[in-house]
Design a protein around this ligand. Structure first.
Ligand SMILES: [Zn+2]
Length: 69
């Protein structure tokens, strides 16, 4: 499996050449840390229940890079 790329705009991790989350093509292979944001029980905004989601401003569940360079 190829190393995933991280979106510089929303930090989403993807193996594609375009971010499926925000449609940006501004991707980086240089990132540190991976966080997985899980879907809330009531499909709530993850920012309500997750400190990390709030800090990274993530509003959809998925795999994200902690820091993108
Ligand atoms: Zn993105």
């Amino acid at each position: 499996m190829a190393r995933a790329k991280a979106c510089r705009d929303c930090h989403f991790l993807t193996a594609e050449t375009q971010c499926p989350n925000c449609k940006s093509t501004n991707l980086s292979t240089s990132y540190t840390g991976v966080v997985v944001i899980l879907r809330g029980r009531h499909h709530d905004d993850p920012r309500k229940t997750s400190y990390i989601a709030e800090r990274l401003n993530i509003d959809k569940p998925g795999k994200y890079a902690l820091k993108v360079r």
